[in-house]
Ligand binder design. Structure first.
Ligand code: GDP
Ligand code: IMO
Ligand code: MG
Length: 434
């Protein structure tokens, strides 16, 4: 049965192509929701020859769908206003609803992000330095400033003054010379609040009502399951539940209203930031994959670490998310590489492991167990596009073997195959997905 509500989540370390898949499914959607993360995300959508790189705005925006930024997100208002402006310049109507209870990122959060990373030494995650961790820390400590406060000058003044008192003491522990002018930041944020006011809504009420009215809703995950705060590779991840478990708390929509979970898998592994990656490649093949997949961070431009596909950690992600269906992306980027390898398990100190060891201290000691696959030839973009138009049967046989092995190993249904960044370079195997 076609789902009315679907989650699109990353099953690895982010950048799996969630933006592309969300855009594709948006063709049938009414509403697209972000429920966690902030502008640490970089979601690329290629639509009618235009490349969009969304940080906060959900990927339904090019198709002018209703887009919702839920309470579980952290919002840098300057970045959000810039994204609205960019879309408006392209003559796109921005149908945005912004949760009044999402937390706001301030300049001191970004400063703290950088300073804390420096102090963490070997435990640094290599953050995007967008202030994500410090903003979620304030939320958990219950002195954060929310979107509602931003739109209310008196509340903003009281709460921001308090924050200045606290943060100047804290930041000066790291950097005694730190200065920041309260009045400047207050008036800047007051202005943001006034400009965003028209979008602010109680999004939990809104979403539940729309779902009850049979509207079709996509929940677009940011980052990936292995970066999640509770079930990811702590401390080398981000500060939110970057998986389907984050949807109820981050949007106010209960889990029983989420009909399907679509896990997005890249045909190989990529990782921006620190922490052990068991299948990482440090050789020419790794360089070739990086170049062919254009693996440079959407947000920070950093070269991404790359490696073979790891089905041992993805099987863990399938369990955590309750994945029903998968989308496999960037298969074209493996062209011309032969043989290919897929990791199907780990060995630690000579013992084969039963389950993925979430502790980074164990992961550092793990060796991958690989299965080897025949690769497929290089083609130009025009040919990949033609193959996508012709459908699944026209894919190279070796690619079909690779794809079918993945779904068999994970025991999930293969629903979408992506062989290029454009919306058209997509093959849907399951017409009843959404
Ligand atoms: P997200 O964060 O999960 O949305 O992924 P990103 O947008 O950060 O990174 C994925 C990159 O791969 C983007 O540059 C996409 O345009 C691109 N992409 C997505 N799917 C495909 C695909 O099937 N083939 C190729 N070649 N590129 C793809
Ligand atoms: P999308 O949504 C890839 C990584 C950072 C760092 C760690 C913590 O595009 O998939 P943070 O700034 O969140 O405190 O950084 O998480 N990271 C991502 N890696 N894609 C992302 O988002 C990421 N967002 C954060 O590199 O290791
Ligand atoms: Mg990304």
């Amino acid at each position: 049965m076609n789902a009315n509500t679907i989650a699109v989540v990353g099953l690895s370390w982010g950048d799996e192509g969630k933006g592309k898949i969300t855009d594709y499914l948006s063709q049938k959607a009414d509403i697209v929701v972000r429920y966690q993360g902030g502008n640490n995300a970089g979601h690329t959508v290629v639509s009618n020859g235009i490349k969009y790189k969304f940080k906060l705005i959900p990927s339904g925006a090019p198709l002018e769908k209703e887009v919702v930024i839920g309470n579980g997100c952290v919002v840098d208002p300057k970045v959000l206003l810039k994204e609205i402006e960019n879309l408006t310049k392209l003559n796109k109507k921005v149908n945005l609803k912004l949760s009044s209870t999402a937390h706001v990122i301030f300049p001191f959060h970004r400063v703290l992000d950088g300073l804390q990373e420096k102090s963490k030494g070997d435990y640094k995650a290599g953050t995007t330095k967008r202030g994500i961790g410090p903003t979620y820390s304030d939320k958990a400590a219950r002195w954060g400033i929310r979107v509602f406060d931003l739109t209310n000058p008196e509340l903003l003044e009281i709460k921001l003054k308090k924050q200045y008192e606290i943060k100047s003491k804290l930041i000066k522990l790291y950097d005694p010379k730190w200065v920041s002018d309260f009045n400047e930041v207050y008036s800047e944020y007051l202005d943001y609040g006034q400009r965003l006011k028209g979008y602010v809504t109680d999004t939990a009420y809104y979403l539940n009502k729309q779902i009850n009215n049979r509207k079709k809703v996509i929940f677009e995950g940011a980052q990936g399951t292995l970066l999640g705060i509770d079930h990811g590779m702590y401390p080398f991840g981000t500060s939110s539940n970057a998986n389907s478990l984050g949807i109820p708390s981050g949007s106010g929509v209960p889990s029983k209203k989420i009909n399907k979970v679509l896990g997005v898998i890249k045909a190989y592994t990529s990782r921006v930031g620190e922490g052990p990656v068991v299948t990482e490649l440090h050789d020419k093949t790794g360089d070739q994959i990086r170049e062919q997949g254009h693996e440079y961070g959407t947000v920070t431009g950093r070269p991404r670490r790359v490696g073979w596909l790891d089905l041992f950690n993805i099987a863990y992600s399938v369990m955590i998310n309750g994945v029903d269906n998968i989308a496999i992306t960037l298969l074209d980027a493996l062209e011309g590489i032969d043989p290919l390898k897929i990791c199907i398990g780990y060995e630690m100190e000579g013992e084969k492991l039963e389950s993925w060891p979430i502790q980074s201290e164990f992961l550092e000691k793990c060796e991958p167990i690989y299965q080897v696959f025949e690769g497929w030839e290089k083609r130009d973009r025009k040919d990949w596009r033609q193959i996508a138009l012709q459908g699944y049967n026209s894919l190279p046989k070796t690619m079909k073997n690779y794809i079918e092995f993945i779904s068999k190993e994970l025991k999930v249904r293969n629903s979408i195959i992506s062989i290029g960044p454009d919306r058209e370079e997509t093959i849907v195997l399951d017409k009843n997905l959404f």
